[in-house]
Design a protein around this ligand. Structure first.
Ligand SMILES: *[C@@H]1O[C@H](CO)[C@@H](O)[C@H](O)[C@H]1NC(C)=O
Ligand SMILES: *[C@@H]1O[C@H](CO)[C@@H](O)[C@H](O)[C@H]1NC(C)=O
Ligand SMILES: [Mn+2]
Length: 400
């Protein structure tokens, strides 16, 4: 029976190909025949005109956006900037996240603004009246972390303080009120880089917004006070301690929340320390016992109307679906679950977001880069959609 179906199916495929094959052979009926080059003066432009890049052609910018060296080109204006932070000298285990911005951009090649509509969100973030630019990478020094942290903070502040490209962004109503200077600031989506990059980002955001809440997706707490052997001031700053330092510096508020925690701990002392840093824990297992809706409600309640920063460590996703990361932990959330939770967070007062710890040397078939790029698309939707879409079926005919 199966065999019979296969045979029928292949006959059908063959039958549908025949006209095309015949056409190819004769080169005449129906379609436009390919004209030979008519003169030596014929150029690509005169023959083919302006073409958009194929998904696999063209320079590497996020989602085929304009790539602009915004740090140096002060005339570059945007409402949302994508900024690479290729830094990985704060990692405790496998290095390689300095290639994260490259991998996320590469994973985004099948995305583009003109095909940005998703059924899940019911909109296209590129068509909400905001100007989105790929602002390139910060050229971070790989030999001196104190210098690297300063470079990242200066770069972030440079973009954060650039005037908006337009005043038609969806967040414009509330954000001026949140900023200390009463001015609306652009949003930056940072591509890490190891998780340490969030410390200079929070330092920069604090100057504009004061203490902010953090929604932190991660397998790990990243609130530890230090690692054994980190005796100098600089060595205290790592991808597992930056939130502790951020709290010491008064950068974050005590209404922050983790989502997806499942790493092994030294004991309950780690949890007490985490609380004192300002976090509430939603564990990886909570998704089975509470479900995504309760997780979304918990996060929303915790951060309320405060200015909020979202930081997503790719290791929150199960290593089976996102293997390319420095400190993988078994038993994580699916990409779809993470996307669902993000979709439940629209309308909060987001002041920025990042995705970190993508280390493509450990990837297979780009699965991690593609997942990360897809989540960046969700960040854009989250920033530029006023309210989370209601749970719904795919559009039925009368909705179209
Ligand atoms: C946006 O609004 C601000 C404050 O009202 C104004 O100074 C600025 O020129 C406006 N920018 C654009 C692009 O309209
Ligand atoms: C945060 O700190 C303030 C001031 O100390 C306190 O009133 C509030 O209850 C704390 N909130 C949480 C969620 O711990
Ligand atoms: Mn982390």
């Amino acid at each position: 029976m199966v065999h019979e179906r296969l045979r029928l199916a292949s006959l059908f495929v063959l039958a549908s190909l025949l006209p095309a094959l015949a056409h190819h052979g004769s080169g005449s009926h129906g379609q436009i025949p390919l004209k030979p080059i008519e003169s030596i003066g014929e150029t690509w432009l005169s023959k083919y005109g302006q073409q958009i890049d194929q998904p696999f052609s063209g320079p590497l910018a996020f989602s085929h956006l304009t790539y602009s060296r915004c740090l140096e080109d002060e005339s570059a204006q945007f409402d949302v900037a994508i900024l690479g932070m290729p830094f990985d000298t704060g990692t405790s285990y496998r290095p390689g996240a300095r290639f994260g911005p490259y991998a996320i951009r590469s994973g985004s090649r099948r995305q583009r603004g003109s095909r940005g509509y998703t059924l899940a969100w019911g909109n296209n973030p590129y068509e909400q009246g905001s100007k989105i630019l790929d602002c390139g990478d910060v050229p971070i020094i790989p030999f001196d972390n104190s210098l690297a942290l300063d470079q990242m903070e200066v770069a972030y502040s440079t973009l954060l303080n650039r005037p908006l490209a337009s005043n038609e962004t969806s967040w414009a109503d509330t954000s001026a009120a949140l900023a200390k200077d009463g001015v609306e600031h652009p949003r930056v989506i940072s591509l890490g880089g190891d998780h340490t990059i969030v410390l200079p980002i929070l330092r920069s955001l604090h100057k504009v917004y004061g203490p902010i809440s953090v929604i932190h997706f991660d397998a790990h707490l990243d609130t530890w006070a230090g690692y054994p052997g980190t005796v100098t001031e600089q060595s205290r700053i790592t991808h597992g301690t930056f939130f502790y330092i951020a709290n010491e510096e008064g950068l974050i508020s005590n209404t922050s929340v983790h989502a997806g925690i499942r790493c092994k701990l030294a004991g309950l002392g780690d949890v007490q320390n985490d609380e004192s840093v300002g976090f509430q824990i939603i564990s990886g297992e909570d998704i089975d016992d509470l479900g995504v809706t309760a997780i979304i409600d918990t996060i929303r309640k915790r951060v309320g109307n405060s200015p909020v920063y979202l930081s997503l460590d790719i290791d929150v996703i199960d290593p089976g679906l996102a293997p390319a990361t420095g400190t993988p932990e078994a038993g994580g959330w699916t990409t779809r679950e993470v996307k669902r939770i993000i979709r439940g967070l629209a309308g909060l007062n987001f002041v920025g977001a990042d995705i970190v710890e993508v280390a493509p040397a450990y990837d297979h078939a780009e699965v991690t880069g593609i997942a990360a790029a897809d989540i960046v698309h969700d960040f854009l939707s989250m920033f530029l959609t006023q309210e989370s879409p209601a749970p719904r079926r795919s559009p039925v005919k009368d909705e179209l």
